[in-house]
Write a protein that binds this ligand. Structure first.
Ligand code: ATP
Ligand code: LTN
Length: 326
């Protein structure tokens, strides 16, 4: 069995892009791998957070993991800050990473906007991510394409330390999302659906009520051609809706195109509303059962214990290699 690790930041409610792009993969992978799924709260404080809201978001995301089908009997689900070794290993890795390579990270450049007052934590964000991954002898990291550079850095750090101090870390591989699996914004189909986009109309959150889902889909950007045809270049809006339709219904794109031949966008969008509402309804139901239950806290506490057991072995190895401690 391969070891799989991935993390999501608790910075807002997950949307259908996160679901179709990441969570569906998480659920599939747990069938024949040893998976750890983490809520990376330490990463989220690289940007200022309201403490009360952060706490809620952590539990929201954990509940959503379980609601979509991540099974705590098969996978370890836990919150990053509850395993102190993430921060400890991050320090050791920081001492072996270079300011030059971190300055080249595009995510840092975008988020810091070259400001002198960008937090040091934002600069070191990729090193903490490397610590998350290396701590568990991870083989595979399922993530979006935007994380490619961070995975490369993680590999570089593992190889660098293995060469310098002797075999310490497993060198992980990224498993990247196909570009076609990317769900785009509903009101601007040329940019991806994102948690942090200002426009609420751009996304459908997993916890949205039917009325909001209806509003977002019915108002979504299409084009003036009026035919339901998959053509990302010329018809990005319709193609995105076709992708969402196909993912939720399990039907192929061609089958859907044939079904709506000669029909207008109105009929297509109306059906899509029903399909998305129906697809999200069991997730929302399970979410409501879990969110304020003791089961959730039990799962997370048990997750911490199991994660800690693996992490402490790695930290023991790291301390030995580096000559740390007594
Ligand atoms: P933010 O907008 O705050 O950067 P995000 O919505 O992009 O957040 P992340 O927390 O960065 O979400 O990503 C969590 C996971 O969801 C990642 O594996 C990422 O690849 C995937 N993901 C994010 N947005 C989409 C999308 N629009 N389509 C498919 N997958 C996505
Ligand atoms: N940077 C990632 C979140 C993240 C992560 C990780 C993903 C933090 N640590 C470890 C995979 C493995 C993001 O923004 N999507």
């Amino acid at each position: 069995m391969k070891r799989v690790f991935s993390g999501v930041q608790p910075t807002g409610n997950l949307h259908i892009g996160n679901y179709l792009g990441a969570l569906v993969q998480f659920v599939e992978l747990q069938e024949d791998n040893h998976c750890l799924y983490c809520i990376v709260d330490l990463h989220s404080i690289t940007v200022e957070q309201d403490p009360a809201i952060l706490k809620e978001h952590i539990l929201d995301i954990a509940s959503l993991y379980l609601a979509v089908g991540v099974d705590p009997k098969k996978s370890i689900v836990f919150v990053q800050s509850t395993v102190a070794a993430h921060s400890e290993l991050a320090w050791v890795l920081m001492c072996n990473s270079y300011t030059g390579e971190l300055s080249r990270m595009t995510q840092f450049k975008q988020k810091s906007k070259d400001s002198e007052s960008a937090p040091t934590g934002l600069f070191c964000y990729p090193v903490l991510m490397a610590a998350d991954i290396l701590l568990y002898d991870t083989d595979i990291v399922p993530v979006g394409n935007d994380q490619k550079q961070h995975i490369e850095l993680t590999r570089d750090l593992a190889i660098r330390i293995n060469n310098k101090y002797g075999e310490t870390f497993v060198v992980p591989d990224g498993r990247f999302l196909k570009e076609s699996a990317r769900i785009m914004s509903l009101d601007d189909p040329t940019s991806k659906m994102s948690k942090s986009a200002e426009s609420e109309a751009s996304r459908i959150s997993l916890l949205d009520e039917p009325a909001r889902i209806k509003k977002a889909i019915m108002r979504s950007t299409t084009d003036s051609e009026g035919s339901i045809r998959f053509d990302v270049e010329n018809k990005p809006g319709v193609s995105n809706l076709l992708n969402i339709y196909s993912s939720f219904s399990g039907k192929g794109i061609e089958e859907i195109e044939a079904q709506y031949e000669g029909l207008g966008y109105g009929a297509f969008k109306k059906d899509l509303v029903d399909i998305v509402v129906e697809g999200l309804s069991p997730i929302q139901e399970r979410y409501r059962d879990i969110r304020y239950s003791n089961e959730l806290l039990d799962v997370l506490r048990e997750g911490t214990e199991k994660a800690e057991a693996i992490a402490s072995q790695t930290m023991k190895r790291v301390s030995e290699r580096f000559g740390l401690g007594i």
